[in-house]
Design a protein around this ligand. Sequence first.
Ligand SMILES: [Zn+2]
Length: 289
Amino acid sequence: MIVPIKQIVSRAHKNKYAVGAFNTSNLETTLAIVRAAVSQKSPVIIQTSESAIHYSNLQTIFGIITSVANSIGKSVPISIHLDHGKDLGLIKDCIKIGYNSVHIDASEKDFATNVFLSREIGSLAHKKGIWAQAELGSILGKEGLVKLETGEINMKDLLTDPLQAQEFVALVKVDTLAVAVGTIHGSFQGIEKVDERRLQKIRSLVNIPIVLHGGSGLSVQMFKQAIKNGVSIINIDTNLRLAFKEALVKSLKPDSDLIDPRKILEPSTKAMQAEVEKMIKIFGSNNQA
Ligand SMILES: [Zn+2]
């Protein structure tokens, strides 16, 4: 059932587990996330990127998520979040339609502009009684500033500075903070790691829940360590895309006579559900609903 995100994240923050924020853009992915949450008795955050909203439209995707969450998912707490909001008009539309949380991603701008925009969206969100997430530092990958081509970028120049994070949070008054601590959007197994000392330092200076983006390439141990060091929300998108495609390729072998879209997509939905269930167990949010 859709609930205020505070209810989900404050408990995770206090009890030291993380809640998965899973991206969706359609019915099948939404079903997979909600069914996994129900089977694991776990709270979940379901999020849409701006491009996922443009794929159908805001009312359609919001309608799909809320109706699946309030019917199939009625036994577990679920919140809807806008991931990487950059278009101020669209962020405002999400606040208006009933999202529980919005991410204002002005991390590509200079510090003062990031503060200004994040504070403005934070205050709009709070007027509606919802949460806002801001971002400081550059999380590389598809939404980042720099394209990862060799894996040899000097990450240190792009990671969140703990002291600056402390100053930023005091100025912007948002509810959650996305940080750059070494992860990359997409899946880059082996290259990605979390700068745990940096994360610990941020955690000690910032008292709002920390969000880890781009974690799809991390090992189980790295996830667990990051949660131990204070991450309360973990964004997962690429893992579900990979699971979807792998299952689809199998169900659409050249000699397949399947023509019913439901039968073609069912293995993909199940594979995404299994992936979400796996993540929920790693994050420790199972049996917390
Ligand atoms: Zn992200």
